[in-house]
Design a protein around this ligand. Structure first.
Ligand SMILES: [Mg+2]
Length: 329
């Protein structure tokens, strides 16, 4: 039985899972096409509030991944929906973000205003590559005057082809230095974006697929959703083993091909030993030891899954064992 056969929907984080910057991750398009053929519902979930869902769908289509606009859920949509549930219909909102965020706010029946002088009931903040200090200052004034504060997501940085730049979380931090308030946040790891996606897909047994412990996996755990961590993006073996209790995935795989493979199941023959397929690890003197290091990639991932589960159970040190798993980053 394949890993995905236990689920009726697969929700994908994008960067590091489906693509890496401008390029599709090898095999991702095929893996997603196979899911659709099998009748598994597919959704794409992004913390990026700056791009419209249609833009994201077009980008995926260009990369060979079939995606309709309704398959894409953004943090802008999630925060707009949340605001609509908490504010009166037609309430004035100061949008400190891109046109895409503005469009979502209008789509849920709220009114967009351009200045704190218009007495907005709320401020909504999202990433905008052309954000200016005067606009952030005006957001501060509105919040100081009593407007509720909403933020699309808290990613502190954003990857670009020249390197990292400050992200939505950094812009939020600037505002926070000047206001005595805490924002309501939609994006992963917070629940609203995850819940919006589950609702949109009508999923009963969804699986979240992501590359980051601190957003994807913690977001899934937070709403009680199973998750698959893939190793094609930001986080690798040490992040997995070091994951806090609220950030431990249900499954691990190299990439999306794992969806069609049997899930890795760890067994504990005794309190100090973990086994998975042919691999095994045990705890000796507070350290995790590997009896033998598999040479093939699948075997090494089995071994990693043993190490991770043992560390989570026993808090043993996994340093030496991890160093020996060469095929894993
Ligand atoms: Mg990612």
């Amino acid at each position: 039985m394949s890993l995905i056969s236990a689920y009726d929907a697969a929700l994908f984080d994008l960067d590091g899972v489906v693509y890496l910057g401008p390029q599709a991750i090898p095999g991702a398009a095929e893996a997603i096409a196979t899911l659709r053929e099998e009748g598994v519902r597919v959704g794409f979930v992004t913390n990026n509030a700056a791009r419209a869902p249609q833009t994201v769908a077009d980008h995926l289509t260009e990369l060979g991944v079939e995606a309709r606009v309704d398959d894409v859920v953004t943090s802008a949509q999630a925060i707009a929906r949340l605001m609509a549930s908490e504010l009166p219909e037609g309430a004035p909102v100061l949008v400190t973000g891109t046109r895409a965020l503005r469009d979502e706010v209008m789509a849920v029946g709220l009114a967009v205003v351009n200045s704190s002088a218009d007495h907005p009931a709320a401020v909504v903040q999202g990433y905008d590559p052309e954000m200016t200090l005067p606009r952030l200052e005006d957001a501060c004034h509105a919040i100081q005057n009593g407007a509720r504060w909403y933020v699309s997501n808290t990613d502190s940085t954003r990857p670009t082809d020249k390197g990292l730049v400050p992200g939505a979380g950094a812009l939020m931090g600037l505002v926070r230095t000047a206001v005595d308030a805490e924002p309501t946040i939609a994006g992963k790891p917070y629940a609203p974006l995850m819940e919006e996606t589950i609702t949109r897909l009508g999923a009963q047994r969804p699986l979240f697929v992501g590359d980051r412990i601190d957003t994807d996996i913690m977001g899934a755990v937070g709403v009680g959703m199973d998750s698959l961590l893939v190793l094609t993006g930001a986080h690798g073996k040490r992040d997995l083993v070091g994951a806090p209790a609220k950030g431990r995935p249900t499954h691990v795989g190299y990439d999306l091909a794992a969806l069609q493979e049997p899930p890795r199941v760890v067994e504990f023959p005794d309190a100090h030993t973990a086994t998975c397929n042919g691999a095994s690890a045990r705890v000796e003197g507070g350290e995790v030891a590997l009896d033998h290091v598999p040479v093939d990639r699948d075997g090494q991932l089995d071994a990693l899954w043993c190490v991770a589960n043992l560390v989570w159970r026993t808090k043993a040190d996994a340093g030496v064992a991890l160093d020996r798993l060469d095929a894993l980053r």
